[in-house]
Design a binder for this molecule. Structure first.
Ligand code: M6R
Length: 369
């Protein structure tokens, strides 16, 4: 049932706060321990893991790429991410201490299924992150974390992606707990941050009319780029994928550091570029993204910046009016000249928040020391 929405995908986008809440439900006990009941692997087995290989296709692969930064940081276990359809046709080096994490919303993607069979044949342990209870991939895995997003009928993954990232983060924290690479209060602090995501996402969903206005401005563009760094890079890839499959617009995601190694050649007057900017401070990533933004603006690109609320360093000029937004730590904004000529004359700019996919970046960046 579409519950009054015109499309399943729109319904599922609006279900994201609830989906994330459900993905987190019952994971953190009052004693402060994280519990993942469905992970049917002993703590001893998890302590022995010396390498993690995350596999999946499309969006699931991007969720894995986002998670890699946090999982390695928290657990100190080397973690690599590979497309399942590439993995299944090569001869990977796997041992009984390799944990293969298979991400799949449907639990039925043939390449991912074949990839886990390939891994298990070489004695690797397989843990599935899946949304569909009783589907083939979790049934053929050693362990499973269900994402509890509820049915995802829309072809484009939305709440599925969001909850896959959350499940990966929970897995990373759980491994850190078992292996003692994080203290209980550190884990609790991250879980508490994850618990604030539904509120942040709802704040972004409440800005939908402005997002529609931005979408209208983009509709006639032949191409759109997405730029990010660190966990913002796979978010850029996912953003480009969404635009391709839903709007049939040619879209590419790049790591901002790659710009000068070729892709800058694509940047021309008027090209829309989504720029995913991590929060200020803590490391150099923010400033690096700001210089990438300046570089593409100098070549005439129209930037749509997703940044922390109040981050004035990403502004193109002091003339831009900022709309007061709710006090979320991660309020994404975008500047875009209005498609209407009369409003252009008034110098009006559309300020948009579209941070749904980006919350994970912020949540992780806040844990970096
Ligand atoms: O069901 P799965 O997660 O295994 O599906 C994998 C991909 O086909 C899927 O993530 C696809 O890329 C998205 N639906 C695109 O939005």
């Amino acid at each position: 049932e579409k519950d009054g929405y015109d499309w399943f995908m729109r319904k599922e986008i609006f279900e994201q706060p609830r989906a994330v809440t459900d993905a987190l439900l019952g994971r953190h006990t009052e004693s402060g321990r994280l519990q993942l009941d469905e992970v049917r692997m002993s703590e001893e087995e998890l302590r022995d893991v010396d390498r993690i290989v995350i596999i999946g296709c499309g969006t699931a692969n991007y969720a894995g790429l986002v998670a890699k930064y946090a999982v390695e940081h928290w657990t100190r276990i080397p973690c690599e991410v590979e497309l399942a359809h590439e993995f299944r046709y090569r001869d990977p080096i796997l041992t009984r201490n390799t944990l293969v994490v298979a991400i799949s919303q449907s639990g039925e993607t043939a390449d991912t299924l074949m990839a886990i069979r390939h891994a298990r044949a070489q004695n690797a342990k397989v843990l599935a992150i899946c949304n569909t209870n009783g589907s083939t991939i979790p049934r053929e895995s050693d362990a499973v974390i269900y994402t509890h997003a509820g049915p995802e009928i829309g072809v484009a993954s939305t709440k599925g992606f969001m909850t896959q990232m959350v499940a990966c983060y929970l897995l990373g924290l759980y491994l850190a707990q078992v292996r003692g690479t994080m203290y209980g209060d550190e884990i609790g602090a991250v879980v508490a941050e994850l618990g604030r995501i539904p509120g942040h996402v709802q704040g972004e969903l409440d800005k939908s009319p402005e997002v529609y206005e931005l979408a209208a401005a983009l509709a006639e563009r032949p191409a759109v780029l997405f730029l990010g760094r660190h966990a913002g890079f796979p978010i850029a890839l996912e953003g480009a994928l969404k635009l391709k499959e839903l709007a049939y617009i040619h879209a590419e995601g790049f790591a901002a550091g790659e710009l000068k190694h070729g892709p800058i050649a694509l940047v021309e007057q008027g090209l829309p570029i989504f720029c995913i900017v991590p929060p200020r401070g803590r490391d150099q990533l923010h400033d690096k993204m700001v210089s990438a933004i300046q570089e593409v603006r100098a070549r005439g690109a129209r930037t749509i910046v997703l940044a922390e609320e109040g981050d004035t360093e990403v502004l193109p000029s002091s003339a831009v009016r900022w709309r007061r937004c709710s006090a979320t730590t991660w309020t994404s904004r975008a500047t875009w000249p209005s498609p209407s000529r009369s409003s252009e004359r008034r110098g009006r700019r559309v300020i948009v928040g579209v941070g749904i996919d980006v919350v994970g970046v912020d949540r992780f960046a806040e844990t970096l020391e």
